[in-house]
Design a protein around this ligand. Structure first.
Ligand code: PHE
Ligand code: ZN
Length: 861
């Protein structure tokens, strides 16, 4: 009976939400920190919430109570599985518990754990229950006082949320510190850090003139790599004041970098904890991409102070309330630091690479899910990136002024509370003066909507008619869908004069079908639709290759120019794969024109001339043929390389920058340089490998160095072995750069990649215990479409083996790597059978985690 119950995974449902039975207005935590055995004493003031006689139930995970007291005397309690239950007579009590935990044995990296000799915490979503008994749900908000005692030599720095209030020395070489956080917060935002750390510090003066002490804490040797993050933090603080009117609220703001971390970073109140890859940057070790990511993640976590912390989530089904909104905010911040168009292109590329496949596969779920088994599995591209697109659409519909009024209303109305997505949309409606009833389907319906747009021109009477039709595909548990509200920015251009026909229109497509008419259209019009990617949908049009080439040269929306070029490339590659051949001419001409256009900035050109990825091409096909896609894409690359060789060489030379400078212009030049190098190599030019090696060796920055290395690693040249050795020896003691060494090889387009990756898994520097390293090899390999899907199935077997091993250490990180195997329905029968067999083998593993069980069993359905 008990066993049967344990075998059925517990499903948490959104509709079952109930207010907490007990509130905890205040908590005092006393930590005696030690890696092997840490004592945690918790004192909770608890208050009965409403009129009921249910006992106090405190979540726990792997905890054994050493003592439980109620109002100062030993309490009668019972364990209900991992939870502690105490029946209490009155409405207000003081509960004290004591437990012992072992941070150094915590390989899941949830709760209190050790990383690089330091101690740190990660509590979102449900890690606090691994530290102490507590109602671990985001709608229980408490004021925290935290005291930490630890060995002074080993852990000279003791940090927690809020402001430091006292510190002192204790017996036996120990010391202690006490921190108070005046803002009530859910326990997922609790954090502490104890370690041997040094800080890069600064002061930021807020809008109202308060001085905030900023500190970025790392090991002393890494201090020189923290200036970029510190600068980004100051920019973020100023940006949130200017753009959203949000000011910081404590006297200190600390960030700590740790090497072992399951995600990117965590927004704990006043004490953000980061994966070191999103803090450390210097020209020798970080690429431009890394620099951008550092700034974006610093901004993201900082912005959570309002969108997440001051206003938090009522329950985990509302996760996108804080994540979608905060991603939207960090995207706006990054756009303001450089080119808005290039930022939009990067974000849409990311959405198509991660979220579209998720939304069309077995793990598809709405932005606000209805149920989960393990909430950690819902930190997804849908919650984050589609969630951000949903906010963006509301901002587009409302316009900037009303959108700002709506966010002001939201922050003011829900400050200090735990809110819902519905609360957010209601503020948008109220301040926007608009009805979003149907728009709410973006929160409840999964799947990427598809729009078919057909433009017809009646030359005689100067009219054009645009027919629009939308459909939303079925997804698991949602066979039938209702039409959504799709904000589509649309414009027409005259095909002869290349001038706009009228103004851009914002069309809100809300029915299944719609027709739009345009007057005064004398010359044949060309359709520019979903400009700026105003709706996260797939658009099918009847535009010819010539029309797409035309838009790629003449559209006045830079995103639409990029998009037209991508569509032209995609149509060409799809034709090549499905019909065996395609005319490369239009793509070559369009790329030539883009390279020749002096008005375009280099970063944009570099994005525009890049072919769609293997996987994105695969996503367009009924059955993915990885080898054919790879070969046809390479053939187009070769033709582009050969036909435009002079332009690539000219672009390569023009983009030469003598000294590293992290600026939009510097980044654009480096990006175009490496893209050009790729095409020169694709052309088969005899000096391609020499050029790549020279770039690799002569580089004064990691962007150029890794660009050269990538070209070599994808090539047949034996210089690649030399380059890999040089790279390895130069950076052998830098974990983040070694991750690049693993990742570049795992992403290689060579035929022997699967074999090489199996060997790398046995390399002495490979370990599954560090999530960055695991992702660099296993995660990267699993998205290398050609190598992972090699016909013999060895790629599937390798990934399954690694996931089974990783699950024993770190279920959360393992479960994140399941989706590539779960895409079996998209492949031919032979591959699909092999992929399924591996999923079944994983599922049959004794002791498989709840995280993996949920992901793998859903993937098999
Ligand atoms: N809340 C974090 C963020 O998006 C992500 C995170 C989730 C980090 C769970 C760790 C664990 O900023
Ligand atoms: Zn976040």
């Amino acid at each position: 009976m008990i066993d049967a119950l344990a075998a059925t995974p517990h499903v948490t449902r959104r509709e079952d939400y109930r207010e907490p039975d007990w509130l905890v207005p205040e908590i005092t935590l006393d930590f005696e920190l030690d890696p092997a055995a840490t004592r945690v004493r918790a004192t909770l003031s608890v208050t009965r919430n409403g009129n009921h006689d249910r006992p106090l139930r405190l979540d726990g995970d792997g905890l054994t109570p050493l003592s439980v007291k109620a109002d100062g005397t030993d309490a009668v309690y019972e364990m209900d599985g991992p939870a502690l239950v105490v029946a209490l007579p009155g409405d207000d009590h003081i509960i004290e518990t004591e437990v012992e935990i072992a941070p150094e044995r915590n390989t899941q990296l949830m709760g209190l754990y050790a990383s690089g000799g330091n101690l740190c915490t990660q509590c979102e979503a449900e890690g606090f229950r691994r530290i102490t008994f507590f109602p671990d749900r985001p709608d229980v908000l408490s004021k925290y006082r935290v005291k930490m005692t630890a060995d002074k030599a080993r852990f000279p720095v003791l940090l927690a949320n809020g402001d430091p209030v006292a510190q002192g020395d204790a017996a036996d070489g120990k010391h202690w510190a006490e921190w108070h956080d005046p803002f009530p917060k859910p326990c997922y935002l609790f954090a502490l850090v104890a370690g041997d750390l040094a800080a890069n510090t600064a002061t930021f003066t807020t809008l109202s003139g308060r001085a905030v002490k900023l500190g970025i804490w790392v090991r002393t040797a890494d201090l020189p790599k923290t200036d970029h993050a510190l600068h980004a933090l100051k920019l973020s603080m100023a940006w949130d004041e200017k753009v959203y009117g949000r000011e910081y609220d404590l006297d200190v703001f600390n960030i700590v970098a740790v090497d072992d971390f399951n995600f990117g970073a965590m927004e704990n109140k006043g004490l953000n904890i980061f994966n070191s890859r999103y803090i450390l940057a210097d020209p020798d070790t970080a690429t431009d991409y890394d620099y951008d990511a550092v700034a974006a993640v610093v901004a993201h976590e900082y912005f959570h102070n309002w969108s997440g912390n001051r206003v938090t989530c009522r329950d985990w089904f509302q996760l996108s309330l804080k994540e979608g909104f905060t991603v939207y905010r960090d995207q706006g911040f990054s756009a303001d630091q450089g080119s808005e168009a290039v930022k939009r292109i990067e974000d849409v590329r990311g959405l198509r690479a991660a979220q579209f496949p998720e939304d069309s596969g077995p793990l598809a779920h709405p932005v606000r899910p209805d149920e989960y088994v393990e909430i950690s599995n819902f930190y997804t591209a849908t919650i984050y990136n589609k969630g951000a697109e949903v906010i963006r659409m509301m901002a587009t519909i409302l316009g900037p002024q009303k959108f700002r009024a709506a966010t002001d209303l939201y922050f003011q109305r829900f400050d200090g509370t735990a809110a819902t997505c519905e609360d957010f949309v209601a503020c948008m409606e109220e301040a926007g003066g608009t009805d979003l009833t149907q728009f709410r389907r973006w929160y409840s319906q999964a799947g990427t909507p598809r729009v078919t747009a057909t433009l017809e021109h009646e030359a005689g009477d100067g009219r054009a008619h645009l027919k629009l039709r939308q459909s939303v595909p079925p997804t698991p548990g949602q066979p039938d869908k209702a039409p959504m509200v799709l904000p589509l920015r649309i414009k027409l251009f005259g095909s002869q004069t290349a001038t706009p026909v009228g103004e851009e229109q914002l069309v809100l497509l809300s029915d299944g079908d719609a027709q739009l008419s345009f007057e005064g259209v004398t010359e044949r019009p060309v359709l520019s639709i979903n400009r700026g990617f105003s709706a996260p949908v797939i658009v099918d049009t009847n535009r010819s290759a010539a029309d797409l080439a035309f838009l790629s040269a003449h559209d006045d929306d830079p995103f639409a120019r990029y998009e037209a070029m991508q569509q032209l490339m995609l149509d060409t590659l799809v034709a090549a794969v499905t019909q065996g051949r395609a005319d490369h001419g239009p793509v070559i001409e369009a790329v030539a024109n883009t390279l020749a256009d002096p008005a375009l900035d280099k970063a944009f050109v570099a994005e525009a001339v890049l072919l769609p990825s293997d996987s994105f091409i695969g996503d367009q096909l009924p059955v993915v043929d990885p080898e054919a896609i790879f070969q046809k894409r390479e053939a187009l690359r070769r033709d582009l390389g050969k036909a435009l060789e002079q332009q690539w060489r000219a672009a390569y030379d023009a983009a030469k920058v003598n000294r590293f400078e992290y600026s939009p212009a510097g980044k654009g030049a480096r990006r175009l340089r490496t893209v050009s190098l790729g095409y020169i190599n694709a052309s088969g030019a005899p000096d391609g490998a020499d050029l790549a090696f020279a770039q690799f060796e002569g580089a004064d920055n990691m962007t150029d160095r890794q660009g050269g290395l990538t070209s070599l690693v994808n090539s047949a040249s034996d210089k690649r072995i030399a380059a890999l050795d040089i790279f390895y020896n130069r950076y052998a003691d830098n974990a983040l750069v070694l991750d690049k060494w693993f990742q570049t090889q795992a992403l290689a387009t060579r035929e022997d990649t699967a074999e090489a990756v199996e060997a790398l898994a046995l390399h002495r520097d490979f370990t599954l215990a560090n999530p960055n390293r695991a992702r660099a090899l296993v995660g990267a390999f699993a998205v290398n479409q050609r190598a992972f899907h090699s016909g013999d199935g060895r790629g599937y077997r390798f990934v399954a083996d690694q996931l089974i091993a990783l699950d024993k250490l770190n279920p959360q990180t393992a479960a994140k790597l399941v989706p590539p195997l779960g895409r079996w329905k998209r492949f031919d029968a032979a591959r699909a059978a092999k992929m399924r067999a591996e999923l079944e083998r994983i599922l049959a593993t004794p002791g498989l985690s709840k995280d993996m069980t949920e992901q793998v069993s859903k993937s098999l359905e």
